[in-house]
Design a protein around this ligand. Sequence first.
Ligand SMILES: *[C@@H]1O[C@H](CO)[C@@H](O)[C@H](O)[C@H]1NC(C)=O
Ligand SMILES: *[C@@H]1O[C@H](CO)[C@@H](O)[C@H](O)[C@H]1NC(C)=O
Length: 406
Amino acid sequence: MDVRLMDSLVGAVFLMLLLSGLGLAEQDPCWTCRNLVNNFMRGIEKTARQNFGGGNTAWEEEKLAKYEGSETRLLEVIETACDQSDFECNKMLEQNEEYLETWWFKRSKDPSDLSDWLCKDTLKLCCPEGTWGPDCARCPGGTDKPCSGNGKCNGSGTRGGTGICDCYSSYGGPLCMDCAVGYYEEAKNESHLVCSECHRSCSKCLGPEDDQCVLCKKGWLLHDMKCIDIDECGTIDRCKANQFCLNTDGSYECRDCDKSCIGCMGAGSARCKKCNAGYYRDGPKCLDVDECDSEIPKCKGLREECVNTEGSFTCVCEKGYSRFGGSCRADPKDDSEKGLFDDITDDEVVVLQQMFFGVIICALATLAAKGDMVFTAIFIGAVAAMAGYWFSEKSDRVLEGFLKGR
Ligand SMILES: *[C@@H]1O[C@H](CO)[C@@H](O)[C@H](O)[C@H]1NC(C)=O
Ligand SMILES: *[C@@H]1O[C@H](CO)[C@@H](O)[C@H](O)[C@H]1NC(C)=O
């Protein structure tokens, strides 16, 4: 099978798996229901004056009144209530069309909120805002202002969720009434809490400056309300062989030694403990050995030459030779793959140029012959330009010939 065909097949299968995976990720039924209701209400709006020109003849008024609460309109609205590709929505619609019908025909008498009536009270897929879970339990902090208004109650308004407060970034605690780690209380009254960031070295502080710390983050040591960076690299060997330790603010990193080193104290070829194979020491540095620069030729094959590389060398074939089964052989003289214009000489290029201009001038001449003033002007201009080009070209050649003593 063609490799590219194979690739695209594999890609298609992968895409299908991915899409079905996304489809399988279960949609919250409450969300599906609310979405369905939104689309349904939009459909009602859209059909409000549809099919009617806005004229108000008695006949039209009467027809409009009939249509308004009709089965016809209900079916039109239902038709647009779900996106065709939205499987969950279509399933829910199919299973609950009778409820929509009930609501539709009683609507004028009881214009209750369809979302609450259908999703919450009838299908029991949703909960009132500020409550969550199968039994619609109250969110932490009460239903009016769950999570103190500083976070989201997980699952609020649905029959799912965990009922736990997901606090906004600067807040913490089960009710989001505290400041998160790394934040301090900038302002607070009974109803509001404003948390601002500590200096990056502290986890608890009284203000934003570096000398207002009460507790330090990991990797820092408290001294006089300041957090001082701990040098983790100082005493213990923390990194693997052939790595060096780099102290950073609040932490440290292990980085690989330069490839010229075996063991090192820092970055670069001047911090090696020992030089790697293929390198020699020159003062503080480990430098690459030029293996090709030696009395004894390193490459012993016929038509081979030595090329130095970092830490080593390779043997390659001389120009015009390529490796076939271990030895260098002359490249076959092959001109079958030459491009279309590779063989063209300068003179031929000139001929091609003239042919090109000739075609354009012919075209312009034809148009000029039809008596069009504009094209006549362009034609004359083109001839003049052509002549100029021709003479300059010629004069160049004459001059060139003259200089060469011809
Ligand atoms: C609710 O919590 C679960 C589990 O922690 C999480 O996967 C989900 O994204 C949360 N939902 C919302 C709306 O934050
Ligand atoms: C608490 O502070 C907020 C903003 O800082 C303010 O809008 C609100 O009126 C204050 N409430 C009380 C009871 O002082």
